[in-house]
Design a protein around this ligand. Structure first.
Ligand code: COA
Ligand code: AMP
Length: 631
């Protein structure tokens, strides 16, 4: 089938298109209402369908002959462990853990927070929550207690599931003290916590609140799948916005399962029985979609890799996995390949492994810079596919549909809109822009299945943040353009969200932390280009009058504050004292201009600037500190 035919049908006859895709799944009751409006006037898919995501992904496959096929392969160089779970073993473990949660009172609609490293028990916990019709909220293990506390307070979980520790290359990071600190900080307290004890660090359990995973699961009464509606939430995943408060992206069950299952074949060309590696983390959307849910909904095998692309033990890690598990498609962030390239520029490790099963390499999460694209193509000899997506959508908005019709890639482009996404480039007045001209990337409503219908506890924020800029469109927050062939080029965020090593972070949130320092009168945090991590944040701070503080000491304190509140993944390592921050006459800090200066780009001084010399001062300072890229 041609891409054009598939895409056109998805836009012109969306209900027929998605009804057909939904029918490929094992619903308890097939949906009849395909597209309808909810109480907020938002388009919703499959409102009257009845289903259970864990049933579709596990029980259904066991009942249909896949019981002995590997479902999950756990490979941990850091814990020196490998383990294969068949579909039957996964189903049984999930049913048993659902029994543990049920015994703690977890019911349909209740929330369960999961704060775990990359271990198979994280998937077991997620599916167990789904089995009960409850709602999980997974928090990335690299976040500090404060971030965890914010999420606990917003999601109000009945139970929290964690592990005693995570392992970062050779560091053992104890999770339990972080969990205890987060619960202490949060106004909401869970009824119970379940702790997976790992041999690398045993946690001390609090009697009456904490349960040991092993003991609890050993005596659990397995729980059945609870039917939910297509529109009932499966999970909440918090993501960074422009303010300090993360946004709880809500994902429903029916649209999600439909889009996940469709995407495995259409985008990734994965068939039942194939092996897929998404080298991300269960704490991010890529992990939710392509480590946990999509591969199993599609009857494939997923890899849970607890390691890095480099240093565990070397830059051959991905290639070793590809050979050992006969991986057909590998998906990772460009940062991972930049790290491999840095350690193994000639790609010598690639030649040490048999990559004959590997057909395609997919990249997403941040801009795929052409040098990384070319290096990966040249050294591996495999097609490299860039695709663009967001936590909000749960799957790719633009991509190259390898299971429908492979298009010629263009370096720097995420190729064409994925079926269901009517992608348009708009000017500030909401007019569609001609080819080649840059504007806001928006998606004409209705959004296809799996996209967020709301923000947890805050529908106004959803409406204001995504639907208000251009009536009838979803605003992506990214800017870019289409070329003459309709290929979409993503040029970066139009707001204060940055991407550090494929991790989405808010500079606004960092500003709130930095501004809390007693010496700081005002500050701006901007993301500047970084050759390994894509972007890293830097702080520009204005001191309060009369404050006398050593600049290096201040930098150390600010770095420690961001690390403590957000976590080490923020990579906030530089803070510069400035005499003035460039602003418009109405007082708006010109962050974008400072970013352009640091990135060595040409910039236009706006007519609204208060004092143009403030910009040259910043440029000089950044230059002195070696922060201006040669462009
Ligand atoms: N739990 C706890 N801490 C974590 C963590 C986790 N899951 N992940 C990262 N960190 C810590 C690191 O230990 C490091 O701490 P340090 O400053 O004390 O050394 C800090 O956060 C920064 O980590 P990172 O940005 O990952 O840098 P790195 O040098 O350790 O690794 C890469 C660099 C490129 C190898 C790594 O960032 C990577 O694999 N990136 C791909 C990211 C990805 O898959 N993103 C998913 C989006 S699709
Ligand atoms: P997240 O919600 O963490 O998946 O981050 C989403 C953001 O990452 C997007 O809004 C983009 O800014 C960026 N992003 C993701 N994929 C790509 C890509 N292929 N090209 C450019 N930017 C991307």
């Amino acid at each position: 089938m041609s891409y054009h035919a598939e895409y056109t049908r998805s836009i012109e006859a969306p209900e027929e298109f998605w009804a057909e895709k939904a029918a490929e799944l094992a619903w308890f009751k097939q949906p009849e209402k395909i597209l309808s409006k909810d109480e907020n006037g938002i388009d919703r898919w499959f409102a009257d369908g009845e289903m259970n995501t864990a049933y579709m992904a596990l029980d259904y496959h066991v009942e249909n002959g896949r019981g002995d096929q590997p479902a999950v392969i756990y490979d941990s160089p850091v814990a020196d462990t490998k383990r294969v779970y068949t579909y039957r073993e996964m189903r049984d473990q999930v049913a048993a853990f659902a029994g543990v949660l049920k015994a703690q009172g977890v019911e349909k609609g209740d929330r369960v927070v999961i704060y775990m490293p990359m271990v198979p028990e994280a998937l077991i916990a997620m599916y167990a929550v789904a089995r009960l019709g409850a709602i999980h909220s997974v928090v990335f293990g690299g976040f500090a207690p404060h971030e965890l506390a914010v999420r606990i307070e917003d999601a109000e979980p009945k139970v929290i599931v964690t592990a005693s520790c995570g392992i970062e290359v050779s560091k053992v990071l104890e999770y339990k003290p972080m969990l205890d600190a987060a619960i202490e900080q949060s106004a909401h307290k869970p009824d119970a916590c379940v702790i997976l004890q790992r041999p690398q660090a045993k946690a001390e359990l609090i009697p009456g609140r904490d349960l040991d995973w092993e003991t609890a699961i050993a005596s659990a009464e397995p729980a059945d799948c609870v039917p939910v509606k297509g529109t009932d939430p499966l999970y909440i995943l918090y993501t960074s916005g422009t303010t300090g408060k993360p946004k709880g992206v809500v994902r429903d069950n029916g649209g999600h399962a439909t889009a996940m299952n469709y995407s495995m074949k259409a985008i990734y060309n994965i068939e039942p029985g194939d092996v897929f590696l998404a080298a991300s983390d269960v704490g991010w959307v890529v992990g939710h979609s392509y480590i946990v849910y999509a591969p199993l909904l599609a009857g494939a095998t997923t890899i849970v890799y607890e390691g890095k692309p480099v240093r565990t033990p070397d830059a051959g890690a991905f290639w070793r996995l590809c050979e050992e598990y006969k991986i057909k498609a590998l998906f990772a962030a460009p940062t991972a390949f930049r790290a491999i390239k840095k350690e193994d520029p000639e790609g010598a490790q690639i030649g040490n492994y048999d990559l004959s099963n590997l057909e395609i390499i997919f990249m997403a999460g941040e801009r795929l810079d052409p040098p990384t694209y070319h290096w990966t193509v040249e050294k591996t000899g495999k097609p490299v596919i860039d695709h663009w997506w967001q936590t909000e959508t749960g799957w790719a908005i633009c991509g190259n549909l390898m299971g429908v019709e492979a298009k010629e890639p263009k370096p720097g482009s995420a190729t064409l809109p994925v079926p269901g996404f009517n992608v348009q480039i708009l000017d500030p007045e909401g007019n569609e822009m001609p080819a080649g001209e840059q504007g806001a990337i928006a998606v004409k409503l209705p959004l296809p299945p799996s996209c967020l219908p709301t923000i947890w506890n805050n529908h106004e924020r959803f409406a204001a943040g995504y639907l208000a800029d251009f009536p009838g469109y979803y605003t992506s927050g990214d800017g870019g353009y289409k070329d003459e062939d309709g290929y979409v080029f993503i040029m970066g965020r139009t707001d204060d969200v940055i991407n550090v090593a494929g991790h989405r972070l808010s500079t606004g949130e960092m500003e709130e932390i930095v501004a809390d320092h007693p010496a700081v009168a005002e500050c701006a945090v901007i993301g500047i280009n970084d050759s390994l991590k894509g972007q890293v944040p830097i702080g520009l701070v204005l001191l309060k009058d009369g404050v006398d503080i050593d600049e290096e000491e201040l930098e150390k304190e600010l770095v420690a504050m961001v690390r403590k509140d957000i976590g080490p993944i923020a990579c906030f390592n530089r803070a510069l004292v400035v005499q003035r921050l460039p602003k418009t006459r109405s007082g708006k800090i010109l962050r974008k201009l400072m970013r352009q200066i640091a990135d060595g780009q040409e910039y236009k001084v706006p007519s609204t600037i208060d004092d143009p010399s403030s910009l040259s001062e910043i440029e000089e300072l950044m230059d002195q500190r070696g922060l201006v890229a040669s462009s």
